[in-house]
Every structure is written in C-alpha cells, then in structure tokens.
Design a protein around this ligand. Structure first.
Ligand code: SAM
Length: 313
C-alpha cells in the first residue's frame, strides 16, 4: 500500500476526464470503450495473463447467493469491477436498472460485449484508471452501487480507489465485494487483534464494513488456494475528521511497521514525529506512549495525526 493509493487521488479527476467518463458511463453507445491499460505490461504472454488478472470465476449457485446478498433493486445502477464472463453481470442486469462493467482482460471484455444484455455497458480497461462523474448528466443516476468478485492481487488498491472516488464526489451508496478471507478479516478487525493494521484503520476511517458470507475455494473455477469472503462497505465522510489526510495515512503506515513496540518507540519510524519529539505529540494527543500502536482506535490515530500537524483536539 502506498500513500498515492489513498485519498491523494482526489485531485486526479480533471474536467476533461470528467467529460470523458460521463460519456463512458451514461452515453450507452458505444458501450465497449477502451481505456489505457497499464498493468498488461510488455512481456506478459496470454498464458499467464489470466493468473495475472486474478481470475477465479464464480460457480452459478454461488453467484446466486452473492446476488441475494447484494439484493439489487430495479431503480439501481451498478458499477461492477471485473465482470469476467458475466456471472454476476447478467444476474445484476436482470434485477437492476443498469450495470457498468469494467474488465481489464480484452478477450473477456469482447466476449461480454457480444452477449451483453442491453442495460449493460462494458468498459475495457483497468478499474484503477477509471474516472466516474455523476455531475451534469441528466441521465446519470443520483447514486451508484458497486459490486465485484475482485481480483485478489489488486483488491487493496481497488478498495482505496473506491474510498478515493467517494471522497472525490462519487457517492457510492455501498460496495459489495468478494475478497480473500484474510483481507476481509483485516477490514473488520478491531484494535488489539492480530488482524488489525493499516488496512483496518484507513478503510474504517471512511467506511462501515460488514462481512456477509464466507465462501470455500470450491465456489470458484479454478479454485483459489484461499478462502473468500463477501463484504459490504458503506462509505461515509471520514470519521472523525482529520486535519491532514496524508499525515494521517503516513503516520498509520509508519507506526504499524513497529506494531509491537511502544507507541513512543514506534513514532521514531515517522520522521515528522521525530522532528516534533514524540513525547510532545503524545502529550498533545493525550496518549500514553507506553501503549502499543495495534491498540489504538481510529479516533486515537486521528488525534495523534492532528497533534503532529499542530491541531490537538
Ligand atoms: N465477476 C467474475 C466472476 O465472479 O465470475 C470474474 C471475477 S475474477 C475473480 C476477477 C475479474 O476481474 C477477472 O475477469 C479479471 O480479468 C478482472 N480484472 C482483474 N484486474 C482488473 C482491473 N484492474 N480492472 C478491471 N478488471 C480487472
């Protein structure tokens, strides 16, 4: 996880991209639009491309269960990340107003384009490069829901991309996504547990996360080596508000590299804290430096970040 995968992306959505994205999302024809692809690098042959894209396709019975958990409604518009051959796409399209599906694999995108229901728009490209705008388009929905059986190799960047888009003005009402179970455990983890870490703090600062279903490897073809879990994220404005999101993010990342040290010691991994002297920042944040980073709540991390940016609450 890098800082650039956090909120910093907000500014990346300039007016020209917005216009283009609106056309992509709401114009409905042509529906298959190529986006620049950056992860399909030179030297990657077709044989290893599928693995590279984290392709594990849902078996029909499990796709039905996932759709029941998502519970699509006729007036809702979905953004689907990684439709693959379309197991979720078709089921969503039968129940919802429309589906906009981002698929990086050009063969799968082309096949889906040929067989797509009329209310599905296929966008061939990397979701991490996607720009969506709900502004100034009369036909645009007021909100979007997100669904996807995510490629596990880029699941965390995709989650941060969704958070970044939300804070950039794309107010997804929720995101129901399939993840490696271990990642789901980290998303819902509470302070003091071994799963609690950077992902837990940064995502919980912007979303309520609920685990919905756990799936065995046999729910997919080919089966992954790990268990999977379906989780729902409901995004919200950062809670509590933080003075400088970049300081907060890098502080959390730095201290978790020393999660079992004392907080005072772990702060030595964060250069701005060293400059300000850890004891001063800890006092301003009213935190005991003998505690361990893995015991701090999201609100306490925010207090510490604010103390380090000169705004103690
Ligand atoms: N939704 C299908 C299903 O459940 O059967 C496929 C899920 S498979 C786990 C992940 C899908 O995401 C693949 O089709 C893969 O090609 C696609 N994918 C991988 N990385 C992507 C990215 N960065 N942007 C968009 N799609 C991606």
């Amino acid at each position: 996880m890098t800082r650039s995968e956090g909120y910093a992306e907000r500014s990346a959505c300039g007016p020209s991209e917005r216009g283009r994205a609106s056309e992509l999302a709401w114009g409905w024809g042509p529906t298959r639009v190529k986006m620049p692809r950056r992860r399909q690098g030179a030297g990657v042959g077709p044989r290893d491309a599928k693995k590279r894209f984290g392709q594990h396709f849902l078996e029909p019975a499990w796709a039905d269960k996932v759709i029941r958990a998502i519970d699509p409604k006729p007036d809702e518009v979905f953004v689907e990340i990684g439709p693959g051959p379309g197991a979720l796409t078709r089921r969503l399209a039968e129940r919802a107003r429309a589906v906009i599906a981002y698929e990086i694999d050009r063969d799968l995108a082309a096949a889906l384009e040929k067989s797509r229901p009329l209310n599905v728009g296929v966008i061939e490209g990397d979701f991490l490069d996607a720009h969506i705008s709900l502004e100034a388009e009369p036909t645009a929905p007021s909100s979007l829901r997100v669904a996807g059986n995510l490629p596990y190799n880029v699941a965390s960047p995709i989650l941060f991309k969704l958070v970044s888009m939300y804070h950039g003005g794309v107010h997804f009402s929720d995101a129901t996504v399939m993840l490696q179970r271990e990642v789901a455990d980290r998303l819902v983890a509470r302070p003091g547990s071994k799963e609690y870490g950077v992902l837990s703090v940064l995502i919980q600062h912007s979303a309520d996360v609920k685990r919905l279903v756990t799936l065995p490897p046999g729910a997919f073809r080919p089966p992954p080596k790990v268990q999977s879990a379906l989780v729902r994220l409901r995004f919200h404005p950062v809670d509590p508000p933080v003075r400088d999101a970049a300081v907060f993010e890098s502080l959390v990342q730095a201290v978790f590299t020393r999660r079992r040290k004392t907080l005072a010691n772990a702060l030595l991994a964060f250069p701005p804290a060293v400059r300000l002297r850890p004891a001063v920042a800890l006092k301003a944040a009213e935190l005991d430096g003998r505690r361990r980073p893995e015991m701090l709540t999201v609100a306490e991390f925010v207090r510490l970040a604010d103390a380090l940016t000169g705004d103690s609450r």
